[in-house]
Write a protein that binds this ligand. Structure first.
Ligand code: ZN
Length: 317
């Protein structure tokens, strides 16, 4: 009989809760907007209600391994299961593992969402059979999971892979982190929308109404052949590609796997990105690095469940 656990992917805008089995398959899941001003108590209540709903439906077909919960959070975490800083939730130093275990009465495992996603891609996805790769989540912001010799780099202060806040131009715009000119102010969701808006404000037609600008619409317009939207893509690919080339020069990975909402733009983004990376790496062998899309739909949810299922930390797989 398959084993399964509860996985929770807690994002700033979306909360996904599901049952995941030991083959990395999502048996059932519920995706809901993250309630405004959500607190750990509120999260415990929602998780409890969802578990009740799920188990009433499918418990008979699964051995729910005495129910355990793995939660991926949009923050670096401590080994004790504390959320260090999740700006989108307004949480600082929240002992989430302890609170959830007290409220729900089940073992709870907490991990940074990008590290969960990296683990899932490593076990089931595009990182299989590769001991050295970088996984990048590219959406509202950017963050990386760095796999070195098969182990996900955590860093001395648990903050390895914080590439969204890599300052690429200190004369740049202020970032939510307090610095100026971070990579994500240029190519994160808001950065792309600002670029598109400034093109419209100089009288150019990007194919999307200024009041309805989204990254998805801008990329769609580029795919449909709009000249102005098409100009924007290589600009984004240049900034992102140079950052990736820097990571490749330092770490010499076999693959750079890119997931997240913006990565779903597909070849229109990946094709110029590959060119920028290859043109900006001096080592001939490192230029062979594969730049590929992630292969799982919700790797953070699957990774969180994996940690709970196996009762192991990200570096013990
Ligand atoms: Zn920043």
């Amino acid at each position: 009989m398959a084993r399964a656990v509860i996985g929770v992917d807690l994002g700033g805008t979306t909360l996904a809760i599901g049952i995941i089995n030991n083959e990395g398959r999502i048996i059932i899941q519920k995706v809901q907007p993250t309630p405004k001003s959500l607190k750990p108590d509120g999260l415990a209540k929602i998780v409890k209600e969802n578990i009740k709903e799920f188990t009433a439906n499918i418990a008979s077909t699964l051995k729910l391994k005495a129910l355990k919960i793995g939660i991926s959070v949009p923050s670096f975490t401590t080994k004790e299961g504390e959320v260090i800083h999740a700006p989108n939730l307004g949480w600082i130093n929240v002992p989430l593992k302890k609170i959830m275990e007290e409220r729900i009465g089940m073992p709870v495992y907490i991990e940074h969402d990008v590290k969960c996603a990296t683990l899932a891609e490593k076990i089931y996805g595009a990182g299989r059979n590769c001991n050295d790769f970088i996984y990048i989540t590219y959406g509202t912001g950017l963050s990386a999971g760095i796999v070195i010799n098969g182990s996900i780099r955590r860093g001395i202060h648990n903050s390895a892979g914080n590439i969204g806040h890599w300052v690429i131009n200190e004369q740049g715009r202020p970032c939510t982190c307090g610095l100026n000119g971070c990579l994500e102010t240029f190519i994160g969701r808001e950065g792309i929308i600002k670029r598109a808006r400034s093109k419209i404000q100089t009288g150019r037609d990007i194919g999307v109404d200024i009041d309805h600008l989204t990254v998805k619409r801008v990329f769609r317009s580029a795919k449909e052949g709009n000249v102005v939207a098409r100009e924007l893509v290589p600009e984004i690919a240049k900034d992102f590609g140079l950052a990736i080339a820097g990571l490749v020069a330092i770490l010499d990975p076999g693959k750079v796997i890119i997931g997240g909402g913006i990565a779903r733009a597909g070849e229109i983004l990946f094709s110029p990105l590959r060119k920028v990376v290859k043109n900006n790496i001096s080592s001939e062998s490192a230029r062979c690095v594969e730049i590929i899309p992630a292969s799982l739909e919700n790797p953070a949810l699957i990774g969180a469940a994996l940690i709970a299922l196996e009762e192991k930390g990200i570096n013990e797989f």
